[in-house]
Design a protein around this ligand. Sequence first.
Ligand SMILES: [Zn+2]
Ligand SMILES: [Zn+2]
Length: 596
Amino acid sequence: MGTPSRTPSKAASFLLDDGLFRALLLLGRRDGVFGYLMAQNQDELVFVPLGGVGEIGMNMGAYGFGPAFARKWLVIDCGVTFGGPQQPGVELVMADPTFLEENADDVLGLVLTHAHEDHYGAVLDLWPGFDRPVFATAFTAAMLVAKRAADNIVDNVAITQMRPGQPFQLGPFTIEAINVAHSIPESNALLITTPVGRVLHTGDWKLDPTPVGNAPTDVARLEAIGAEEGALPLALVCDSTNALKEGVSPSEAEIAQTLEELIAAAPYRIAVTTFASNVGRIISVARAAHKAGRQIVMSGRAMHRISSIARELGMLEGLPPFLDQDAFRTLPREKVVLLCTGSQGEPRASIARIARGEHPAIDLNAGDRVIFSSWAIPGNEREVIDIQNMLIDRGIELITRDDALVHVTGHPRREELKRLYGWVKPQVLVPVHGEPVHLMAHAKLGRESGIPNVLEARNGDMVRLFPEPLNFPGEVRVGELYLDGNVLCTPDESGVKGRRRLSFGGHVVVSLCVSGNGSIAAGPEIVVEGLPEVEDDDESLGQVIKRTVFGTLKSIPPKRRSDPELVNTALSKAVRNEVNAFWGRKPNVTVFVHRV
Ligand SMILES: [Zn+2]
Ligand SMILES: [Zn+2]
């Protein structure tokens, strides 16, 4: 992608601007509302979510430290959401970083918790402009480098590697990564220490005592945080994704066990589709295949890319090499396990092409077994079900999470959240990473568990964590940016509204030339796009439009026909109305009238 361009920048809007603030300071009153304002002259630690709070996706948040008008900012995560049916043509949606751009001189750096797209997918689009370091562990750093190469991105960012248990300093912030289990290697919680208080920013996590391909959540470190004598107060900014789910999430080891049984028992070929970044799951499938005397064939670019990073970092030690898809046809039916992309129904990914019988190197037959070791992210359900239906219709045995324990998400359920509260003993809880329904459930659980301050924020709300936790000392401008082809733009700039209008109403173009005396010199030419081609009383919609155009022109006296504007208005209106009478919907109409 080239260098995206967009119009900067809406101003950050604080409740008070600096001038007014300073004027009030001069009044020197320390009581009442002025007391509150005076407090703003002191160092404080605030948190502002810019994305991911009130939605699942495009996570981005900033911690600010200092007095209200001179804060330093530490940014955590910079993710994307995939464009949905409401944004036709838009691939990616990301948080609008205007607030950070307005404070760019005081932005110190970006720390990435892990390499899921909703946490790091926007780094290469948004971060180069800041010219500040990015901190990430080895796997996340390697993923970022590989993404840049795969997408031919020109802009670069400076990556500094961080390691769990080795705190580092960035301005007033001391940052320590703490390993947590999740559905990708090297997910990290971040302990952020400032002179007035600490934050545990959990990132995405779960408590899995037996994960695959990654160490378990570092419970000992978390317990130590809560046990520290005389420590600064702690705020917990925590994953809410599964706050509605009771109990404890199943372990990755249980998924591995199920996969092993399903692979051992399959009579013919097996294909497993999963998230390419779930290296633990890939390891489980590979081990099960090895045990069953089968070889792994891998198909899908993302899966090749991520497994080669995992192999370089020693995560696939002891596993035989994975074969490329060209080997598929040379292996006997009962000697192969295919690992492939497409678990989200992406139309060009392997499993979709296999289901349609269009894959150049791979075909499956009746009696073969396909396992969806995944779930459909909301919005992708229809595409996933369509692929599953095609497979079933071809006599292929389908196994999903509805049939067996073949997938678990990587987020904490209620019992896990409560255990974390018990370990780290937070004075403040800010639920993040969730839709309102998840955030509300998480806030309620926090209150029931006795956390004294539960701050319910949404994107753009500034919350003060310490001293004196406060839900709403300010708000900043937030919004979305679209990546539309190579162009990064705001929703208003994007043209998506017009695209949606076209998709509902189609388009009619009428073009003609009128001469000075009102005679039709050329045309009318009529182009119709996206309207139904049916006949009513032997007349098609195309014919209705033609009749309307000719009829309308005829009804205008020749003298007035030499006025292009008048002809334009009359034709537009008549075509819209006549099509509406036929179709029940008004099309988009463009009329060109040239005076010759
Ligand atoms: Zn994640
Ligand atoms: Zn996430």
